[in-house]
Design a protein around this ligand. Structure first.
Ligand code: PLP
Length: 478
């Protein structure tokens, strides 16, 4: 493909994408394909001779689209949103074209420097304490990880390395191996599975602590667990608090957990994967109060801030904690400015990294803070509309406080009846929802996801749900 061909085909691709986005609501939100569908549709091995763009292009609709779950359809209400926007796509296009692998400052200075500055912008939008920003006298800074799971793992590994050093100097008689066997982390019974997984990968114990009636982890519960574990000879060192839990968007009490972490010398990591975007609105910023106690904080602009996957923003109070934990300097990676500049390879698990800050920069500039706040407020408003509809129907109950863009609800009655309702909803493929469970009660989650979701889509979803509820209840009574 030469430059002229790329111009032509690239423009066709842009047109295809714009058509796709414009008509996305006409596609069934969840695919009907069976596992293994795709292997039968394409040859067993790669072609020996080049194929034409026209052939490749034709296979997008034939092979790919039938197997796509349309996360950006206004009828998609599963999980949490995943971001998307034209400014982000433009940024990603450029990132692909520049195609640098920004593991060190020298590997592409713009890649490192834009990331550092844009994460300061974002940190200021969230009113993070100054110590987390790079361009201040603090020791902290921001980095873009691929996912919230990676951010938790990186924080855990950094905290583990710091803890091992500390416990070794406190108790010289203990070997690294002895210490490792006694390390323990804490999180709530509502935390995302990635926290437990990080503990598995980090080879440390994980205790999932019980939450209160609002599904929040409280300070006294953490304190009691730490005391109990210390009495058993264990070594508590790391806590993950969640702001906006996956099952129900509940908020742990940072203001209570923070002082316990300080007192007990435990690293506090805050996972606000979904909810974090909302903190750019002054009315939701109080939900972040207590972040001043955190050692690391993370949220996903790729969830709710119009940036397409992947872009997970992480800030560290003391960058040396992370850089020192993962620092190796082979000769082939050395450069003249080493030690004077940020080399992001020390802040993450892989060596290579994409120029992800470009898409974030484009989004922040082309929406502006006000545009992004408007997006959040609109989506919270739509969730409230849905909540009102649920509450107006006495067959249903709302099962958790609606704080942001997620409504948890169920038919009053058995888990079986709710499971059947969800099955009927999703079998119809007109809208798509996923369930969750809380203290034994199965419920449905309605998340406002696509940026184009409007009031009429909420009413449309509710019509389907309430009609199917009638069918399910009728079946039960007959
Ligand atoms: N933490 C929370 C609270 C989440 O809701 C999710 C996903 O929805 C994750 C972590 C995992 O996110 P990621 O896919 O970025 O690892």
């Amino acid at each position: 493909m030469d430059h002229a061909e790329f111009r032509r085909m690239g423009k066709e691709m842009v047109d295809y994408i714009a058509d796709y986005m414009e008509g996305i609501e006409t596609r069934p939100v969840f695919p009907s394909v069976k596992p293994g569908y795709l292997r039968e549709m394409i040859p067993d091995s790669a072609p020996q001779d080049p194929e034409s763009w026209e052939n490749v292009q034709a296979d997008i609709e034939r092979v790919i689209m039938p197997g796509v779950t349309f996360w950006h359809s206004p009828h998609f209400h599963a999980c949490f949103p995943t971001g998307n926007s034209y400014p982000a796509l433009l940024g990603d296009m450029l990132s692909g074209a520049i195609g640098c692998v920004g593991f060190s400052w020298a590997a592409s200075p713009a890649c490192t420097e834009l990331e550092t500055v844009v994460l300061d912008w974002l940190g200021k939008m969230l009113q993070l304490p100054e110590c987390f920003l790079s361009g201040t006298s603090g020791e902290g800074g921001g980095v873009i990880q691929g996912t919230a799971s990676e951010a938790t793992l990186v924080a855990l590994l950094a905290a583990r390395s710091k803890a091992v050093q500390k416990f070794k100097s406190d108790r010289p008689e203990m070997s690294d191996h002895d210490i490792m066997g006694k390390l323990v982390i804490y999180t709530s019974d509502q935390a995302h599975s990635s926290v437990e997984r990080a503990a598995m990968l980090g080879a440390v114990r994980c205790r999932k602590l019980q939450t209160d009636e609002d599904l929040a982890l409280r300070g006294a519960v953490l304190q009691a667990a730490v005391q109990e574990d210390r009495a058993q000879g264990l070594l508590p060192f790391f806590v993950v608090a969640t702001l906006g839990t996956t099952p129900s968007c509940a908020f742990d009490s940072l203001q209570e957990l923070g002082p316990v972490c300080r007192e007990e010398v435990m690293w506090l990591h805050v996972d606000a994967a979904y909810a974090g975007s909302a903190f750019i609105c002054p009315e939701y910023r109080p939900l972040l109060d207590g972040v001043e106690f955190a050692d690391s904080f993370n949220f996903n602009p790729h969830k709710w801030m119009r940036v397409n996957f992947d872009c997970s923003a992480m800030w560290i109070r003391n960058r040396a904690d992370i850089v020192d934990a993962f620092n190796l300097d082979p000769l082939y990676l050395k450069h003249d400015n080493q030690g004077l500049v940020t080399d992001y390879r020390h802040w993450q698990i892989p060596l290579g990294r994409r120029f992800r800050s470009l898409k974030l920069w484009f989004v922040l500039r082309m929406f502006g803070v006000k545009g992004l706040q408007e997006h959040i407020r609109k989506q919270v408003g739509l969730a409230k509309e849905f909540e009102t509809l649920v509450r107006s129907d006495e067959r249903f109950e709302v099962t958790a406080k609606v704080v942001l863009g997620l409504v948890c609800f169920r038919l009053k009655g058995s888990n079986d009846v709710n499971e059947l309702l969800l099955k009927k909803i999703n079998d119809g493929k007109k809208i798509y929802l996923v369930p969750s469970q809380m203290r034994g009660a199965y419920f449905l989650r309605f998340a406002v996801c696509a940026a184009t979701t409007a009031s009429q889509d909420v009413s449309y979803a509710w019509e389907i749900i309430s009609q199917l509820a009638g069918d399910v209840l009728q079946g039960e009574n007959s």
